[in-house]
Each structure stands twice: as structure tokens, then as C-alpha cells.
Design a binder for this molecule. Structure first.
Ligand SMILES: Nc1ncnc2c1ncn2[C@@H]1O[C@H](COP(=O)(O)OP(=O)(O)OP(=O)(O)O)[C@@H](O)[C@H]1O
Ligand SMILES: [Mg+2]
Length: 552
């Protein structure tokens, strides 16, 4: 450049007197200089006066400013929100790219003159105008929500922040930010909806749901929980779940809270009991899980509780039916086996008894051997007796039904035992319903049933106290005849109540009972379409009840 200027001057061409040059300092740094060059007459000669002004700093500042402007513009254009400037009349001076895109306007629209009011729905314009005035007057408004309107008429919720621009101490316009809050509103709405959905679930759940803090105090509960326990919300919030739990569950539940809920965050389903406000206790099944705060610290436990009273009852009933079916099938199979065994024993037994009799009639037998033969005969008779009972039990004869007056059958059976009962100090009372209807039944089979029951009572009372009281009642209950035999003997242990009807169940000493009496009764009564059961408490006597359908 320097060389060119020199040559131009030599040729007499025009060279500007003010230009810039760059120089290299001794230390290698480049600096920029502004050169002013002018002709002067010095000592009568034409000379040049050259002024060098170092403009390096100014150049740098200019560069920095340019860069900063670019950076700012880039950033502003890059922002996913609208940035704007308007003058004091509301006309747009500037809008960033996002602003133009979302409002549907172009730079030309702004250049032609676009007023901010046009970007809001008409209903909001007065408010916008008023707020603009207030901000220009120096008031700080913070974010304000409006409904913004695009050029195509579509609207969206907007949050606007703006501050005044002042020029020469006077307000010259506004500068600010517009945030499209459609997403935020949608998220809020979604959250509200989801909360509502869960609240509805919570409120309408048939299972009780409750939340308590780590001290056990109940903080929230749904209607089902309140109904189940009989408390109001106000009352339940003053309680801890332990106050609702019978003491005997404390240990088990504390173990579940420690080992399951705090360890891994939830419990398996488990059963316990709760106490209602009225003091009644009922069984529940529940499942609980731990709630932690953002820092992971446990803050409480949620629980879903179900009242399982009915479920338990059903389970008990089912078990009862299963037990009954079991007894019945056992009776049947034992009956078959008993019949077989009895027949097998009967033939050899007849021979034993026959030969024993034959020997007894012989004259030439020594006395001590005769005694042995008598014992053989007696014991064989006992075996025969057992076999007879077995057969009776096993035969399961169809009853031969005739019209029977049950009161009469009872009376004759009692008469059979009258002497023995009296000698055993047993006081017999009867309350026989004189209006008892007749029914079709096998009288001799029924007599066997009654006899077995009377014999048992007699034996038990004699063994226990050497005396006793015996009450026999008959009555019509619905379409049944109910006969009950009540004694004040030793009673039956609860665990035996179910077993006494099983064949061979006996508490008597060996040789004293076969345990077939009541199973025989059971078979006969069942064959009549009725039922037999015992009610008793150990030490409080026993009552045997026979119910027979009235068949005419
Ligand atoms: N009235 C009663 N009081 C107390 N226990 C009774 C009474 N009746 C029956 N039992 C109990 O029921 C058991 C079974 O009675 P069951 O009549 O079937 O047999 P058993 O009397 O022992 O023998 P078996 O009648 O065959 O000679 C008895 O051993 C006894 O323990
Ligand atoms: Mg008996």
C-alpha cells in the first residue's frame, strides 16, 4: 500500500491525505495507525507534515462491539421464546425469529408498522394498553397472562414480561419477553386430571386405603376405611393405627414393618385384626408400602385394607362341609370293610362257640378244665356280640318304614333301661310333646339309636359321678321332629366332638367299648334323611340331638 501511494504521488496522481496503515513494532506486535498527511512550506521549501495517531485500541473496541452485537442477535434469534421491543405508541421496533414465527408475521410487517395490540385477542386489548401505560410510568408488573392471537387468528395463552426503555431520561418504549404457556397449562391440566382420577379411585375403592406417618398417626383415609372402622375423618386423624389394632398383633406387625416394609419398601399381603369404634374386632387382610421424600427419607406408609369377615366365614363353612364329607366317606368305606371282616370271623367263631358248648355237655371233664372251657365260651360270645354290632353297622339296611309315634318309641326304649338307670342313681325326666306328629320310620332301627345314646349317657354319668340327671325332650321344629338327650355327665372335649361318630372312636378302656355305637346311630339317622349331632362342653354334660324329617 505504502509503495503504491509513493508511486502515485510521483506520477502526480491524487492520494487521499488521510488513511490507515498497520505497522510492526520491534517486539513484533502489529498496531494500527491513522495517518494525516499535509503539505507545509517550511524554510521556504515544500515539506510534508505527517501525523500518526495510534488507533489500535479503538479498532479493538469496534471489533468487540460488532462481535457482541452479533452474539446478542444470534442469542436472541436462537431463544425459543419471543423477545420484542416496541416504541411508546406500541409499534414494533424489533421481534426475534421466534416472535415472528409464532405470531405469523414477517420483518416486512414490522417495517410497515405493526402494533402490539393486534397480537392479543380484542377482549384483552384494554388490559394490555393499561398495563403498557403503567410500565411506561415506571411500575413493575412482573409476568402477566394474556391470550395472544396469531396472524391467522389462532390463539394461545401467553405470559408477558416487560420493562421500560428510556432514552435521554424519557420513556421511549418497552422491551420484553413472551412465553407461550400452552404446554405448561396442558401439563397442569393433565396433572389435575390425573390427580382427580386417583382421588376418584381412592374415594370409590371398596377396600380401605389409609396413609400414616412413621409414628403411625393416620394422615389420610378414604371413605371405605372410615366405614369399616366406624370413625369420622376428624376422629381417625387423632389416632395411630396401633390404637386400632388388638395388642396380640403388635409383635407380628412390627416384624412385618421392619423386615418387609422398611427393608424392601412393601409388604406381602398379610392378615391381622382391627378394632372398630364400638369395640368389635374383625379380621382384615392388608398390603402396605413405604413412601419416601425426595431425599429418600421414609415419611410414611400407605396401606390397602380389606375386611375379610365374610371370607373367613365362608372358609370355615367350607372346612365344615369338607369335614362332614370326609366323615361320611370314611363311614362308608369302613362299613364295607367291617362287613367283610365280620363275615370272615363269623364262621370260625360259630365253630368255636359250638365246640365249647359241646365240651361243656361232656360229663367226664375235670373241674379246672371245665372252668377254662366256660371262659372260652364267654369270651367267644363277646366276640360274637362285637361281630353282630359290626354287621348291624355295616349292613346299612334300608329302613322298613311304618308310621311311628316317636314318643312311644322313646318311652319303650327308656323302659328297657329303667331298672339299670335307677340302680345307677340316674334321675330321668321326659318332656315329650303330646302333639308330636307321626312319621314314616323304622321303629326298631330308631330304638337302636335311642338305646345307644341312652347307654352312652348312662355309662358316662356312672363313670364320672356314680349318679346323674337325664332329660329327654321331643318337639316339632319346622318340618322335623327333634329329639334331644341331655345328661350332666363329664361332657365331651371339643377336639373329640367331631370324632365321636367315627367308627372305632372310643375313650373307654380296652374291652369296655368298641366305638361303634354312635357310628351305627349316624348311619341309621342318615338313612332316614335326618341328622344327629352332639353339643357339649367338657365338664358341663352333653346333649345329643336327633332330627328326623316328618314324612307321612
Ligand atoms: N353322653 C356322653 N357323654 C360323654 N361322652 C360321650 C357320650 N356319648 C358318647 N360319648 C363319647 O363318644 C365315644 C364314642 O361313643 P360310641 O357310642 O360310638 O362308642 P362307645 O360307647 O365308646 O363304644 P360302644 O358304644 O361301641 O360300646 C365314647 O367313647 C365317649 O367318649
Ligand atoms: Mg356307646
Amino acid at each position: 500500500e505504502h509503495q503504491k501511494r509513493k508511486e502515485k504521488r510521483k506520477r502526480g496522481e491524487f492520494v487521499p491525505s488521510n488513511y490507515e496503515i498497520s505497522i510492526v513494532r520491534k517486539d513484533g506486535e502489529v498496531r494500527h495507525l491513522n495517518v494525516f498527511r499535509r503539505e507545509v512550506i517550511w524554510n521556504g521549501e515544500t515539506q510534508f507534515q505527517v501525523l500518526h495517531e495510534d488507533i489500535t485500541e479503538r479498532k479493538r473496541a469496534e471489533e468487540a462491539l460488532r462481535e457482541s452485537r452479533e452474539k446478542y442477535k444470534e442469542l436472541v434469534d436462537f431463544l425459543p421464546q419471543t423477545v420484542f421491543e416496541i416504541d411508546e405508541t406500541g409499534n414494533f421496533v424489533f421481534a426475534n425469529r421466534h416472535g415472528l414465527e409464532t405470531s405469523g408475521n414477517t420483518q416486512q410487517d414490522i417495517d410497515k408498522g405493526l402494533n402490539a395490540l393486534q397480537l392479543f385477542i380484542p377482549e384483552d386489548r384494554n388490559r394490555v394498553r393499561e398495563n403498557m401505560r403503567r410500565i411506561l410510568a415506571g411500575e413493575r408488573l412482573g409476568g402477566t397472562e394474556y391470550t395472544a392471537m396469531r396472524k391467522d387468528g389462532r390463539t394461545f395463552p401467553a405470559l408477558v414480561y416487560s420493562v421500560p426503555i428510556t432514552r435521554g431520561g424519557k420513556p421511549a418504549g418497552l422491551r420484553g419477553l413472551v412465553i407461550d404457556i400452552t404446554e405448561r397449562e396442558r401439563a397442569e391440566e393433565a396433572l389435575r386430571e390425573s390427580e382427580e382420577r386417583y382421588r376418584t379411585l381412592f374415594d370409590s375403592s371398596l377396600d380401605g386405603i389409609a396413609f400414616h406417618n412413621m409414628e403411625g398417626r393416620i394422615l389420610d383415609a378414604n371413605q371405605a376405611y372410615l366405614d369399616m372402622l366406624g370413625y369420622t375423618m376428624g376422629e381417625i386423624k387423632k389416632l395411630t393405627y396401633l390404637q386400632l389394632t388388638p395388642k396380640k398383633w403388635y409383635k407380628t406387625e412390627a416384624r412385618i414393618v421392619e423386615d418387609e416394609i422398611t427393608e424392601r419398601g412393601y409388604s406381602d399381603e398379610y392378615e391381622k385384626e382391627y378394632i372398630r369404634k364400638d369395640g368389635t374386632v374383625f379380621p382384615v387382610s392388608l398390603r402396605r408400602w413405604l413412601i419416601r421424600d425426595e431425599k429418600g427419607k421414609p415419611v410414611g406408609i400407605w396401606g390397602i385394607t380389606r375386611d375379610i369377615t365374610e371370607h373367613k366365614q365362608l372358609q370355615d363353612e367350607k372346612a365344615e362341609w369338607e369335614r362332614k364329607a370326609h366323615v361320611a366317606s370314611r363311614l362308608a368305606s369302613i362299613g364295607q370293610m367291617a362287613a367283610g371282616v365280620a363275615h370272615e370271623i363269623n364262621n370260625p367263631l360259630t365253630a368255636v362257640i359250638g365246640y365249647a358248648r359241646l365240651l361243656q355237655t361232656k360229663k367226664d371233664i375235670p373241674g379246672d378244665i371245665r372252668q377254662d372251657i366256660d371262659i372260652i365260651h364267654e369270651e367267644a360270645q363277646r366276640v360274637a356280640n362285637i361281630v353282630r354290632k359290626l354287621l348291624a353297622f355295616a349292613r346299612q339296611q334300608k329302613p322298613e318304614r311304618k308310621l311311628v309315634n316317636i314318643n312311644d318309641t322313646i318311652s319303650t326304649t327308656l323302659d328297657l333301661r329303667a331298672y339299670s338307670l335307677k340302680t345307677n342313681n340316674i334321675e330321668v325326666t321326659t318332656q315329650l310333646d303330646p302333639d308330636l306328629p307321626m312319621t314314616l320310620a323304622d321303629a326298631s332301627q330308631l330304638q337302636q339309636v335311642f338305646l345307644n345314646i341312652i347307654l352312652n349317657a348312662e355309662t358316662e354319668m356312672k363313670l364320672a359321678h356314680g349318679k346323674g340327671k337325664f332329660l329327654v325332650k321331643t318337639a316339632q321344629v319346622n318340618n322335623n321332629i327333634r329329639i334331644s338327650f341331655e345328661d350332666n355327665g363329664p361332657g365331651i372335649a371339643e377336639e373329640n366332638l367331631d370324632r365321636i361318630f367315627e367308627p372305632f372312636f372310643t375313650t373307654r378302656e380296652v374291652g369296655q367299648g368298641t366305638g361303634l355305637g354312635l357310628s351305627l346311630c349316624h348311619g341309621i339317622v342318615a338313612e332316614h334323611g335326618g341328622r344327629i349331632y352332639a353339643q357339649s362342653k367338657l365338664g358341663k354334660g352333653a346333649t345329643f340331638v336327633v332330627e328326623l324329617p316328618i314324612i307321612l
